[in-house]
Design a protein around this ligand. Structure first.
Ligand code: NDP
Length: 502
């Protein structure tokens, strides 16, 4: 069925989707589905309606322990260690093909679970994830160390070598905003490196990770190579970080939780990769193609209702173009259609939960009470957890709406004079994830690339992720990288070997 023909109700979802929603809540442990030891479950809520559409298992430390033990056994078992790099590549390609074959089901599940409009789930989240898997599938046969000859202090000829080994059992903890893609961003490099993994998806969006677990088994990966434990952060995430058999933790999520994760890992001398929040600036110079720049600025904040780590939530416009750009972005915002994520007419879905809606609304209300002006022209659907696209002008730069990650369709806008002025403002938050610059001047572009304190700068482009280029931040946006060879490096341990003729 094409995306355009999809219906808006769960009951009219494809048969595979309905069957999956009805399946018994279970973790994936050692190639087997098993309910939580406690038998507890968590409700799965469709954010477009607020209805309960399914249940997942509520994992606790005993479930995490079983999953880590299974991952550890798989790591040591010849069924995984003897798999040649070329076979690892073909298993990963098979998994990517299975994702392609199941893309409609996956996109439907994601759209229902997360609230992202169905085409976005299809084209960015699921298709993008298959691309990442294919990119990472190219690596297993190319992982290599270095060799060098030198003399020992006693004059003997010595051969030195570095070997690149999988770091071991890794724990992956991911957020709810682009769930399937972020799951693959952890699972693909782990498989390419020869690690085994225990993945804990966010409790709000675990369905596509569980479906991925089924596809991993169908693809022929040995049991225990990929394990999935669902549940809450404190109940299932924390024991995963603390488990002695987990060699490294790869976390994506908010800065507040990331700091707690980093602390917990540090007390076990465990390395951790932290991909954290952002408050990314879009910078528009007056010499830019203003139509393209306004479209880019609007997309940067309204895509997935602003629930994107690199969302352009602050907009700086050179004074001469300020009114023009604000009007254009407001006009683009007004054209968004808020509605059920499965409705083909919808361009802006709900935010993830009632709690998150209240949080985002709280930021908007506080900005208004502090004297900022709001531009917002939508009425909110009665059902579900919707936030209208909102443009905020005149807020103090130090205000919470501009300094903190709101993670909703809310844009703070400021005028600027020149390069120095805008760099100071753009770098003036604790975060350093990404930035976008719109200009026709190479000089402006280079000054921004040099001066912006962040992990990624896009020029005259929305800057969508590409599997071969790393994503990640600095400052409060964390450290470590997803995607590219830099990501794979994080899953490999370097062992130095010295040979000396006796
Ligand atoms: P959270 O930090 O709340 O949660 C992220 C994950 O951590 C979830 O699986 C959560 O579980 C788990 N978790 C929560 N508490 C703990 C704990 N004490 N120990 C271990 N795990 C825990 O983030 P959100 O889910 O709200 O996601 C949004 C955030 O993710 C934003 O800040 C966004 O910027 C960031 N992000 C960063 C990206 C990057 O590349 N830098 C990419 C995408 C998103 P549960 O929710 O089930 O309780």
């Amino acid at each position: 069925m094409s995306t355009q023909q999809q219906a808006t109700s769960v009951t009219s979802a494809p048969r595979e989707v309905q069957e999956f929603l009805r399946s018994a809540p279970a973790h994936l442990v050692g190639g087997t589905k098993r309910p939580s030891g406690s038998g507890e479950e968590i409700e799965v809520v469709d954010p477009s309606t607020g209805d309960v559409i399914s249940h997942i298992a509520r994992g606790r430390s005993e479930d995490v322990d079983a999953a880590v033990q299974a991952a550890d056994s798989a790591l040591r078992s010849s069924s995984w260690t003897k798999v040649s790099p070329a076979t690892r590549e073909s298993l990963m390609h098979r998994l990517a093909t299975l994702i392609d074959e199941n893309i409609e089901t996956l996109a439907f599940l994601e759209s229902l679970d997360n609230g992202m409009p169905l085409p976005l789930a299809h084209n960015l989240d699921i298709a993008g994830a298959a691309d990442v898997l294919r990119y990472m599938a190219g690596w297993p046969t190319k992982i290599a160390g270095r060799t060098m000859a030198f003399e020992s202090p006693f004059g003997n000829r010595v051969m030195g070598q570095t070997r690149r080994e999988p770091v071991g059992v890794v724990g992956g903890i991911i957020p709810w905003n682009v769930p399937f893609m972020l799951a693959i961003w952890k699972v693909a490099p782990a498989l390419a490196a020869g690690c085994t993994i225990v993945l804990k998806p966010a409790e709000d969006t675990s369905l596509t990770a569980l479906f991925l677990g089924d596809l991993v088994l169908d693809a022929g990966f040995p049991p225990g190579v990929v394990n999935i434990v669902t549940g809450t952060g404190p109940e299932a995430g924390q024991p995963l970080i603390e488990h002695p058999l987990v060699s490294k933790v790869f976390f994506t999520g908010s800065t507040t939780t990331g700091i707690a994760v980093g602390r917990a890992a540090a007390s076990h001398t465990k390395p951790v990769s932290l991909e954290l929040g952002g408050k990314s600036p879009t910078i528009i110079f007056a010499d830019a193609d203003l139509e393209a720049a306004a479209a880019g600025a609007a997309e940067a904040i309204f895509l997935n209702s602003g629930q994107i780590c690199v969302a352009g939530s602050r907009l700086y416009v050179q004074k001469k173009a300020y009114d023009d750009i604000v009007n254009r972005v407001a006009s683009l915002a007004s054209k968004h259609v808020l509605g059920n994520s499965l409705d083909p007419a919808t361009t802006l879905g709900p935010v993830i939960s009632r709690r998150h809606k209240e949080r985002v609304d709280g930021y908007i209300d506080a900005a208004e009470s502090d004297g900022a002006e709001l531009i917002s022209s939508h009425s909110i659907p009665e059902q579900g957890f919707f936030v209208a696209p909102t443009i905020v002008t005149g807020a103090e730069h130090g205000a919470a709406i501009t300094q903190e990650e709101v993670f909703g369709p809310v844009l703070s806008v400021y005028p600027f004079d020149d390069e120095t002025d805008v760099l100071q403002a753009a770098n003036g938050t604790p975060y350093g994830l990404a930035a976008t610059v719109w200009t026709s001047s190479l000089g402006h572009a280079e000054a921004m690339i040099d001066g912006l304190e962040c992990g990624k700068v896009s020029v005259n482009s929305p800057g969508f992720p590409y599997p071969g280029l790393p994503e990640g931040g600095k400052k409060a946006s964390g450290y470590g990288r997803d995607l590219g060879p830099e990501s794979l490096d994080g899953y490999l341990h370097s062992k130095t070997v010295i040979f000396e003729r006796s």
